[in-house]
Design a protein around this ligand. Structure first.
Ligand SMILES: [Zn+2]
Length: 140
């Protein structure tokens, strides 16, 4: 299955397994299990979304948004718990304009889950760590 390296954003092809003890990026050598939210841009968005065989969750946020700021640590913690299950990403709607319009994001934070590059779920408003974990778990 194709997964995106959380460190260098390159595409890796790894065997599909129930769980992984180790998995390293073919390009940068860092662990694919060491996951953190990836910053998506207007340039890499389509490539990442269409080359990830695992689900992708996108957090539309902005630096001036207080609820986004509040959710940020929870989003990072949750990202670390689902390596090679769901790809956590975020889009700064202030510096990366256009994607929020494309997906009709009217208020932030908005979380959108993509499967095979198609939107399958969205939630508007900040979630705490437990709510994030249970949301993501529904799609496992
Ligand atoms: Zn890499």
């Amino acid at each position: 299955m194709r997964v995106i390296c959380p460190h260098c954003i390159s595409i890796n092809n790894i065997p599909l397994q129930e769980s992984y003890k180790t998995a390293n990026c073919e390009k940068c050598g860092k662990s694919l299990l060491d996951t953190r939210p990836i910053e998506l841009t207007t340039n890499n968005f389509d490539e990442v979304i269409s080359n990830s065989d695992i689900l992708v969750i996108v957090n539309f946020w902005a630096p001036w948004c207080n609820p986004c700021e509040t959710m940020s640590p929870s989003f990072e913690k949750s990202a670390a718990k689902f390596p090679l299950k769901i790809l956590f990403t975020k889009i700064n709607t202030e510096s990366q304009q256009g994607l929020d319009t494309k997906f009709a994001v009217k208020s932030i934070p908005t979380l959108i889950i993509f499967k095979d590059a198609k939107e399958v779920y969205r939630v508007v408003g900040a979630l705490d760590e437990n709510s994030l974990d249970s949301l993501v778990s529904q799609f496992m």
